[in-house]
Ligand binder design. Structure first.
Ligand code: FEO
Length: 173
């Protein structure tokens, strides 16, 4: 049985992941309104991934006989200075989530919540990948700046993102 302090922290992280999902959805909507359909698609898929992360933790809590407490999700930013600013915000968001996961891991270690540690290792690996991807996209936007042709190429490239099987399936393994 998970301690109350770990259950509370996992519930908090479920909220963080769902907030992240909501934030990506707002970013996607902004891009779509600017007619950057590729960016919009990439961000919509990322929103689904974050929702999946929330569900992964929720399923884990249930599997460990914990109590799920779904809290209010905060209202995301809907206005941005530019498409590049959207992805800069995405990178900041991922860096923040990495810190949250690290803190949760540290707590699980202190509480000797071994099953939670195993579960959280997946998140640590995932965050390394997500930060790397976001950093690369930000770098590309900085390279192309406001040059229309490469900007449209970049939008097309981002629009090629495929939905991962784990995201497509609602239930996480
Ligand atoms: Fe689930 Fe990208 O944080």
């Amino acid at each position: 049985m998970l301690s109350q302090v770990i259950q509370d922290a996992i519930n908090e992280q479920i909220n963080n992941e769902l907030s992240s999902s909501y934030s990506y959805l707002a970013m996607s909507t902004y891009c779509e309104r600017q007619n950057f359909m590729g960016c919009a698609r990439w961000l919509r898929i990322q929103s689904q991934e974050e929702y999946g992360h929330g569900l992964r933790l929720l399923d884990f809590l249930i599997a460990r006989d914990g109590t799920v407490k779904l809290k209010a999700v905060s209202e995301p930013a809907v206005q941005f200075k530019s498409i590049a600013a959207v992805f800069e915000q995405a990178l900041l968001q991922e860096q923040q989530v990495s810190k949250q996961i690290d803190s949760l891991y540290e707590l699980a270690l202190k509480e000797k919540a071994f099953a939670a540690l195993v579960q959280l290792q997946w998140f640590i690996t995932e965050q390394v990948e997500e930060e790397k991807t976001a950093r690369e996209i930000v770098a590309k936007f900085h390279l192309v700046r406001d040059d229309p042709a490469p900007l449209l190429d970049l939008d097309r490239e981002l629009g090629g993102r495929m939905v991962e099987a784990a995201t497509a399936a609602t239930k996480q393994e």
